[in-house]
Structures are given as C-alpha cells and as structure tokens.
Design a protein around this ligand. Structure first.
Ligand code: MF3
Ligand code: CO
Length: 247
C-alpha cells in the first residue's frame, strides 16, 4: 500500500480539507445544538470544499460524519434527538474523498467546561496519538506504534479499545496495514516509505470493553464511562513522519 508522490499530493488535499471541516464543526459546538445540525453543516462544508463524504453509504452507514458523545466511542449517527449539553465531550470523525483520494481525521471536543478527569482523558488520548505518530517511520513495525499508544494510555490509568483500529488510507478508506492501539514493539507489518496511514487511538476512562447499540453502528463503552478519539492521517517516510491532516 505504498503510494506515488502524485497520489500523496491528492491524499494531502483530501486530508487538509477533512481537517478544515472538522475544525469548523468544532467551532460550532455549543450547548443545545443537536448532532444532526452538525451533520447538516458538515454536508454544506463538504459541498463548498468540493469533496464527498467517505463514510456515507460505506457499508450502508447512513450519515456524512460520525458524532460520538460521552460514553459513545465511535460511529455515533447524528440525530435530531441527540442534544449537546455543557460538560459533554464530543468526538467528531470526518472522512472525505477528493478526486478519488481519501483523508480521515477525528477530534474530541469539549462542550463548554468539562470535569477535570475528562480534560485528562482528552489530553492523554491526544498525546497518545502524537506519540504513536512519532513511531510511523519507514523500517519500524506496526507494533512500535501500537505498543507506544497502549503503554502511554495505560500508564495514565486509562484503557485502549481493541475492536477497532487505525488503517492504511488513501485510495480507499480502509487499506492495509491495520494499526491496532495495543500490541508489542518489534511485531507486526514493517512500515514502508510512502505508506499513508490513519492512526486513531480510542481511549476509555474505565474498562476497555465495548458494545454496539441496536442501530448496528454506535459503539459505546460497556461500563458507560466516557471515551475519547483522536485521529490523523500520516505520511510514512524514512525520517520524521508528516501529518497530512493539518491545515
Ligand atoms: N474514521 C472511521 C474509520 O476510520 C470512520 C468509519 S465510519 C464508517 O473507521 F461509517 F465509514 F464506517
Ligand atoms: Co479512520
């Protein structure tokens, strides 16, 4: 799943647009807005940026973005009846297609002021992503990323979700290699120069275990404690990795 430089340029445009849309949505977050309103705004932004959603219709997913609130881990479906309130944490996941190429990113936002333990959950998840990204170097193995994320998260008293993982991305949404958020250093696939991969720790406040709601999509924590999710698409090189989902 190595890309040409021409392909990486297109992937980079898709990535920048996805991050731009994600951050614009972040600015709209406030108490009393429904997640459906954010979905509508996301669709407007995608139209303006000449991209289409990478999620809508993917395995019959019914919306353009995913919005997962509090105990929802990932894949929350925007809904008119889901209203944000002060103190919530909201994970938004945006994936877009630009001229056939994909970008994928996610960020967990706060609604107003949140309790200190949730501030820490967000900070640890965001830092885990950055530490994982630092290991995305040609010649390293997937397990170097996975274990770095797991160790950092667990040493801070939180847990990583096992059932979902990061992934190669670019010509399609989910490509090889798979990038789990747990594992052993020195194990797994060797990373190659010019791979483009999405790294996406999903971190739970309590137990790592999850269940899926009857809508067939929404992933929630088994213990109903909160969860955070940060994702970036990264270009693997011989030296320092490049975060493509950067504005
Ligand atoms: N960013 C998520 C992922 O990489 C989003 C998938 S949502 C889906 O898996 F609807 F497209 F499945
Ligand atoms: Co992803």
């Amino acid at each position: 799943m190595v890309k040409s430089i021409e392909e990486i340029k297109k992937i980079e445009i898709a990535c920048r647009k996805s991050k731009y849309i994600l951050m614009e949505l972040g600015k709209m977050i406030r108490p009393n807005i429904s997640t459906k309103m954010l979905e509508i705004e996301a669709e407007k932004l995608m139209k303006k940026e000449n991209v289409i959603s990478a999620f809508k219709g993917y395995r019959n997913y019914p919306a353009s973005i995913c919005i997962s609130v509090n105990e929802e881990v990932v894949h929350g479906i925007p809904s008119e009846s889901k209203i944000l309130k002060e103190g919530d944490i909201v994970s938004i996941d945006v994936g877009v297609i630009y001229e056939g190429y994909y970008g994928d990113c996610a960020y967990t936002f706060k609604v107003g002021k949140v309790e200190e333990k949730y501030e820490k959950l967000l900070e640890v998840t965001k830092t885990a992503l950055l530490k994982g990204i630092e290991k995305a170097i040609a010649g390293n193995r997937v397990g170097d990323i996975s274990s770095t994320i797991q160790r950092f998260v667990e040493s801070n008293g939180f847990s990583v979700v096992r059932e979902f993982a990061g992934h190669g991305v670019g010509r399609s949404l989910h490509e090889y290699p798979e990038i789990p958020n747990f594992g052993e250093p020195g194990k797994g696939e060797i990373l190659k120069e010019n791979m483009t991969i999405a790294i996406e720790p999903m971190v739970n406040e309590g137990s790592p275990w999850i269940k899926i709601l009857s809508d067939g999509w929404t992933v929630v924590t088994e213990d109903n404690k909160r969860s955070a999710h940060f994702e970036d698409t990264v270009w693997v090189r011989k030296g320092k990795p490049v975060i493509l989902t950067k504005i």
